[in-house]
Design a protein around this ligand. Structure first.
Ligand SMILES: [Zn+2]
Length: 470
């Protein structure tokens, strides 16, 4: 169910030339995605990326996720070759930068390719991976993916490992358009009344292939259930919506639902009352909105985090999209308050996660989001500066611990830091262990940000199709 089987899903390369090896490529499994495959010489193939749902009207820049099973098909010397030579070029890509994909022999243990195995072709910007000879694959079936996969099945398996905790309560917030569960995890100390605690809301995987958010969530939960983090559960109720666009995840999409909807900017507010959404808002958005409102009817909420992953140049770390700016830049009091809170939150995380690259802040975030249809637009319209709603973008590159190519374990560790930052953000000024409340925020006035922007002209922070965020 849910696998978008199409004629291009399975591509068999037969021996029409003098090539010794043929392969079979398929993406007919959960989160799988590949376009067509063409032979390109001895043990060499071109893999074409395709659009979500094979929808040619979607922007090229949305063509980024791929996940395929590649099997060696021996012809004359069946089974005698112990190694599997592969020279694959990914073409038709929506993003021009270099990155290191991952591979697995069992879909469980994933390994990053080495930099010496991966090159960026010029001028095509195609990505090429060569593993031949003594460096060939050691098994005849290998799964290749753009980044560490994290499927709906993975999510449900992880939920099994935490559901027996007395602090965890798992429920179904609603159904997707294809009738899958949109889960809600409530994590708190149930022996203390929720009305005496502060609510914090997080959601992830609105964009299906942005699996960074899932590893971050695992790290957060691990922190909250640890001896250290359990203290926070007396004061906070954490509401986690770990996978928003479940149908898109199952279908193997990068960005959209099976109907090619980008749920990120479809929080269509009702003109009559902007707390409500119009009929045009997809079901998954309505489910999240209803769950948020239900929470807000019961208790105070101070933070709403929207977890994403972003394509980027190899050197770009975790970043955010803070909105508005300072009062001296002309912003109204509540706008400047939201800006200050967002910057204070980012700086708190930066001081917790000292081993991780986190991008500098801009001097100003502008107010353009407010009239659009992002979750943050809905939050701002209805709750102003009382809820610090913010998008966090992890990247897939050298944004891991110490600047290494980021690993799932790095994202989990960063999740723990995020948990500490959430607690620290709520400390009264004189109790703040880092003294952040008295420190000048953004003291460089965005200078470092401007330097980065100049170094990555047009792609910093990575932005798509004028939306301003991924
Ligand atoms: Zn995204």
């Amino acid at each position: 169910v849910g696998c978008n089987s199409t004629s291009t899903d399975v591509e068999e390369i037969t021996d029409t030339s003098k090539e010794k090896v043929s392969i079979q490529v398929t993406s007919s499994f959960e989160s799988g995605n590949i376009g067509t495959v063409e032979s390109n010489g001895d043990s060499a193939w071109d893999f074409y990326l395709r659009n979500d749902n094979n929808n040619a009207s979607l922007p090229k820049t949305w063509r980024n996720w791929w996940y395929a099973k590649v099997q060696k098909r021996d012809s004359s010397s069946a089974g005698t070759e112990s190694l599997f030579d592969l020279d694959i070029t990914w073409t038709n890509r929506g993003w021009p930068f270099y990155y290191l994909p991952v591979y697995s022999y069992d879909q469980k243990t994933w390994t990053r390719f080495q930099e010496q195995d991966v090159s960026l072709e010029t001028p095509s910007k195609d990505l090429r991976v060569v593993r031949k000879g003594s460096n060939a694959f050691t098994q005849h079936t290998v799964w290749l993916a753009r980044f560490y996969p994290y499927t709906f099945t993975d999510l449900e398996a992880y939920a099994q490992t935490i559901q027996s905790s007395p602090y965890v309560s798992i429920s179904v917030a609603g159904k997707t358009q294809q009738q899958r569960n949109i889960y809600q995890w409530k994590i708190t100390n149930p022996s203390i009344a929720d009305s005496n605690k502060t609510g914090v809301i997080l959601h992830a995987r609105t964009h299906p292939a942005e699996t960074t958010g899932s590893f971050l969530v695992e790290g957060l939960v691990q922190y909250w259930l640890s001896e250290e983090g359990q203290n926070d559960l007396d004061r906070f109720v954490f509401y986690v919506f770990p996978m928003h666009n479940v149908d898109g995840v199952v279908a193997g999409n990068y960005r959209t639902t099976p109907k090619s909807e980008n749920l990120e900017n479809m929080w269509y507010r009702s003109p009559q009352n902007p707390i409500n959404l119009t009929e045009q808002a997809p079901q998954e958005v309505q489910v999240l909105r209803d769950a948020f409102v239900h929470i807000l009817e019961q208790q105070k909420v101070t933070i709403a985090l929207n977890l994403h992953g972003s394509n980027s140049d190899t050197q770009i770390g975790t970043f955010f999209f803070p909105h508005f700016g300072t009062s001296s830049q002309g912003y109204a009091e509540s706008e400047a308050k939201l800006w200050d809170d967002q910057i204070r939150f980012i700086e708190t995380l930066r001081q917790e996660a000292t081993d991780f690259p986190i991008e500098p802040n801009p001097s100003e975030g502008t107010g353009s989001f407010a009239t659009k249809y992002f979750p943050e637009s809905w939050w701002w319209t209805n709750y102003k500066d009382t809820v610090m709603a913010l998008t966090l973008e992890n990247t897939y590159v050298k944004s891991g611990k110490g600047g290494r190519w980021i690993l799932p374990e790095d994202l989990r560790e960063l999740g723990g830091h995020l948990g500490r930052a959430i607690k620290e953000y709520h400390e009264p000024p004189n109790a703040s262990k880092r003294g952040l409340h008295s420190a000048p925020l953004n003291s460089d006035g965005g200078a470092e940000f401007e330097k980065r922007k100049a170094a990555y002209l047009g792609v910093y922070p990575p932005a798509l199709e004028g939306e301003g965020k991924e």
